[in-house]
Design a protein around this ligand. Structure first.
Ligand code: NDP
Length: 479
């Protein structure tokens, strides 16, 4: 069976303890590779390597650093098929999604930050008659990047690329559930001529490797994307060490549909915002609020479309949805469907497992639509992170805002209306870091990305990411 290895100091290595974990293929439920079950010893080795590499990498002329990262972007592009197959097999997502979204976005992430750094500037402030201030922004040193399983290389590179572009050396941990594309990335970095020790990729459990990264005193900043509970633990652990923290956490996003919207565009987009990636995107709109005038029309049309959605194994070209990422996750999502029933909800469609021929042990779930729940019940308050949405009618703007803002989360929101004033009013009032009006998941990499309340602290993307991964120093000069 294939054994994945850590990438430390520019070479592929076994974990110090020689222990491995099983890597399951969600489409079949079978073990198909082994992953290092690394621990703090591997993190210590990576930090030593990063310390050696930092003076070289951070002082390298910016054009050279940029060129290496552009070559990383091109390297992923060249190996597109290999990356797409690996991502889809590891995660259970349809090949079509990995090839249209995940891997192209990883290519863009590296290219975007490789070139953004060439234009990154700091400020100066003149004090008339007295002198002036100038601000330098230097790399922090060694930083930790920890990412989840839902969009594996997409989110891994979203952190690593700005960290490296800003001149830091990185200790990175992908989710142990989806390690494969991060494993391949080491090869691409080697081919791109990245100096040894600049990027170190360590595989293993969050509780061991992740924890060791968070606790290592020489790792000065942590960029984390994952669940709110884990984020809370990381914040509690890292704060007394005064580490810089960027936390991108969970969501329970409202999709607010007013009765004057463009119905057909809204319907197609709502299909995607509900079930793309098996509903396992932090930005999915899992709570759908529909104005009463079109509630029945929407319900009938939506349920009909959902019944037609093809759930199949990832390599099936007809698959619109693949397998959920793991058996424990499938069980968690299904437990929420049971909870919804206990809370008085009616399952309009879905609710059960699917067993595609030849893939009977895979983790497939029907896309599920539920109505009849109170907005403040657990099903409507807790993150499910699967292909499960709830429908709730509303009458007024005030009422829908109260329901939309009732959760602990505040990541994103979608608003459907042709009333311009209302669109702006609701966008202004909704608790979210990211709002789409008459659209969903349109992303411009220059814009700030992140959430409010329990959805996170800090912002990624564009200058925000480069500011996070640098330390500002202000210098005053007297005339
Ligand atoms: P987790 O919080 O379980 O894990 C995220 C990462 O943290 C994994 O690499 C995990 O390792 C690691 N980890 C776990 N425990 C620790 C620890 N004690 N110390 C350090 N690292 C640790 O999240 P999931 O992987 O389950 O991802 C799903 C979650 O991510 C959802 O809540 C989703 O909303 C959120 N998310 C947020 C996004 C955003 O931008 N706001 C985007 C995408 C997802 P391991 O897997 O090995 O346990």
């Amino acid at each position: 069976m294939e054994k994945l290895l850590n990438f430390i100091d520019g070479t592929y290595r076994e974990p110090v303890n020689q222990q491995y974990l099983d890597n399951y293929e969600p489409a079949t439920g079978k073990i198909y590779s082994l992953i290092p079950d690394s621990d703090e010893k591997d993190v210590a080795l990576a930090v030593e390597a990063a310390e050696k590499a930092f003076p070289v990498w951070s002082k390298m002329p910016i054009e050279e650093r940029s060129a290496i990262l552009v070559r990383v972007s091109e390297g992923i592009q060249k190996r597109m098929d290999e990356f797409v197959a690996a991502e889809s097999r590891d995660n259970g997502k349809p090949v079509s999604l990995a090839s249209h979204v995940d891997i192209p976005r990883a290519v863009s992430n590296f290219h975007f930050f490789a070139t953004a750094i060439l234009h990154f500037a700091s400020e100066s402030h003149v004090m008339e008659g007295e002198g002036f201030n100038y601000t330098t922004r230097k790399a922090i040193g060694i930083v930790g990047c920890i990412s989840p399983w839902n969009l594996p290389l997409y989110l891994f590179s979203w952190k690593i690329a700005p960290a490296l572009a800003a001149g830091n050396c990185v200790i990175a941990k992908p989710s142990e559930v989806t390690p494969y594309t991060a494993y391949l990335l080491g090869k691409v970095c080697e081919e791109a001529g990245m100096p040894a020790g600049v990027l170190n990729i360590i595989h293993g459990l969050g509780a061991s490797v992740g924890d060791a990264i968070v606790k290592h005193p020489k790792i000065k900043a942590i960029s984390f994307t994952g669940g709110t509970k884990t984020g809370e633990y990381i914040a509690r652990t890292a704060a007394p060490m005064f580490k810089k923290l960027s936390l991108e956490l969970g969501g329970k996003n409202p999709n607010i549909i007013f009765d004057d919207c463009d119905f057909n565009v809204m319907l197609s987009t709502t299909m995607r915002s509900s079930f793309a990636n098996q509903g396992q995107i932090c930005l999915c709109g899992s709570r759908i609020f529909i104005q009463r005038g079109i509630y029945d029309k929407f319900k009938d049309a939506f349920v009909e479309r959902v019944k037609d959605l093809t759930v199949s194994f990832p390599t099936d070209p007809k698959a619109k949805m693949g397998a959920l990422v793991s058996l424990p996750h499938l069980e968690k999502v299904m437990s929420y469907i049971e909870l919804a029933k206990e809370e008085g909800g009616t399952v309009l469609t879905g609710g059960g497992r699917i067993f595609p021929e030849g893939h009977e042990n895979g983790y497939y779930l029907q896309p599920t639509v539920i109505e009849g729940l109170k907005y403040d019940c657990r099903t409507n308050q807790e993150e499910i992170f699967g292909p499960v949405v709830t429908l709730t009618p509303f009458d007024t703007e005030e009422e829908v805002l109260e329901m939309a803002n009732s959760t602990q989360y505040g990541l994103s929101a979608t608003i459907w209306t042709n009333d311009l004033k209302r669109a702006h009013r609701v966008a202004d009032e909704v608790h979210a870091g990211i709002v789409w009006i008459n659209a969903w998941l349109v992303r411009d990499l220059r814009t700030p990305f992140g959430g409010v309340k329990s959805s996170g602290v800090g912002r990624e993307g564009g200058w925000e990411a480069l500011r996070f991964f640098t330390e500002a120093k202000n210098i005053f000069v007297k005339y």
